[in-house]
Write a protein that binds this ligand. Structure first.
Ligand SMILES: [Mn+2]
Length: 446
């Protein structure tokens, strides 16, 4: 059993539905970190596809449906295409036919023109909707590829009427829910699809798995392999069970080889750094457990109102190192990014204009509400932002983004200020660590 494969219990004629494979697209935000073999990350989208083909063979699937964005765009080299054909060819042994179309990401892929595909594979044309009819199976698959990246028209409207006496499947790359996370391509509505008369709409484009309607079925399987910290949880395909002209079962099957988690660690009760370590450890262990035998890739958010806020925010590099050390100890769990989102216990109260700290807070508060001043600050930051552009996604020309970072700046400065004062009066020291201030670790590219 390959990692990522869960048990699938259905048994009858099977059709497998997958979408948004994005084969050979890079997984973002990980390459910098030691511990996770770079090769595992690079090959994740390929291994997930191998898992998909394995599943089709094991289940003796009659048809494999690929609802677009099979590739991420222009290939870096043509091996991507050869790899794809090699895997499709394996489906001969299970007599699995393949119907696929191009979505926005692979509308202009070299596959369209340059790679000959095996005879059991049908690519739907881009100039008009087309039906692939399997008389021996009693199944008709209707659909249309994207002719180019941006498709504004409602493609589903022109799909053929259902073919009488067949089980009808619509293959479509679309934004059917008005999702703002994805381009609004080939927009349509669930209501429209339900009324069209097909038994199952095999959708692609939205990477989050969703069953939008049952009987008739309107389904996004989600992508096959999460590629960054916003694509969390199980990823895989749908296995559809057919009996005569009816869909009698739709079951999700996980196929991912690495799994993403977005973890929020509440630190409200933490009294010291050891308590922080323990809370982080517990959260990481849960992620590791949920990932099964896969590697767990985690974004860690330290959150909550805590008296440790100043100490944590004043030494982000120390906090990050501690989290990474705990992760290394837990094993098979890799922090992608560590975000400090804690708040001081008195957060939300009125700004007290007392002393140096008060003046600083007042100044930052004023800055946040002054569009003109933010613009000017952005101008001053521009040169700095250019030199770190490869590591940090900072747009100083956007006042709203500068404003977002002000609270971090405030916390950092207040904590440094407290540290400086404490150094003069050791009895009042706030932060126990006295390492020289290092430049903040660059965040990974998004
Ligand atoms: Mn897409």
């Amino acid at each position: 059993m390959t990692p990522g494969r869960g048990p699938c219990t259905l048994s009858a004629m099977k059709v497998v539905h997958a979408a948004d494979l994005h084969i050979d697209s890079p997984l973002r935000g990980l390459s910098r970190h030691e511990g996770l073999p770079a090769e595992d990350v690079r090959s994740a989208t390929r291994k997930a596809f191998v898992n998909l083909v394995d599943l089709c063979i094991e289940q003796g699937a009659a048809i494999l449906l690929l609802a677009g964005d099979i590739f991420d765009g222009q290939w870096r080299d043509f091996n991507t295409g050869v790899f794809f054909v090699r895997q499709l060819a394996r489906l001969r042994q299970s007599h699995t036919r393949v119907v696929m179309l191009h979505g926005n990401h692979d509308a202009e892929s070299p596959l369209t023109d340059h790679i000959p595909l095996p005879s059991h594979v049908d690519v739907l044309p881009s100039d008009r909707p087309h039906s692939v009819v399997y008389d021996e199976l009693g199944v008709a698959v209707h659909g249309r590829s994207y002719p180019h990246r941006v498709v504004d028209e409602n493609l589903a409207r022109d799909y053929p009427k259902p073919l009488r006496g067949y089980l009808n499947i619509g293959l479509l790359h679309t934004n059917a829910t008005g999702s703002t996370d994805h381009g609004n391509y080939a927009p349509c509505t669930v209501k429209q699809l339900v009324r069209h008369g097909y038994h199952y709409w095999a959708l692609g484009h939205v990477h989050q798995r969703a069953i939008l309607h049952r009987d008739p079925w309107v389904v996004y399987p989600g992508n096959l392999q999460g590629r960054h910290a916003r694509e969390t949880g199980e990823k895989g395909c749908m296995v559809i069970e057919l009996a005569g002209q009816r869909v009698v079962g739709v079951e999700f099957c996980p196929l991912d080889v690495l799994r993403w988690f977005d973890l929020t660690v509440e630190l409200g009760d933490a009294d010291d750094l050891h308590a922080v370590d323990n809370a982080v450890r517990q959260s990481l262990q849960e992620a590791r457990l949920a990932a099964g035998e896969r590697a767990a890739l985690v974004r860690v958010r330290l959150a909550g109102k805590t008296k440790l806020h100043g100490q944590l925010a004043g030494h982000p590099e120390v906090v990050a190192t501690r989290v990474r050390a705990v992760a290394a100890d837990v094993g098979r769990v890799y922090p992608e990014k560590i975000l400090l989102q804690t708040q001081p216990v008195d957060a939300g109260g009125p700004v007290q204009a007392a002393g140096l700290a008060g003046a600083l807070r007042k100044h930052i508060e004023n800055l946040a509400s002054d569009e003109q001043a933010l613009k000017q600050l952005g101008g001053e930051l521009a040169a700095l932002a250019t030199s770190v552009a490869a590591f940090v996604d900072v747009r100083p020309d956007q006042p709203a983004q500068v404003r977002q970072h002000l609270s971090e700046v405030e916390t950092l400065l207040l904590s440094r200020l407290a540290g400086a004062l404490a150094a003069k009066a050791p009895a009042d020291r706030v932060a126990p660590t006295r390492e020289p201030a290092k430049p903040r670790q660059p965040e990974s590219r998004r």
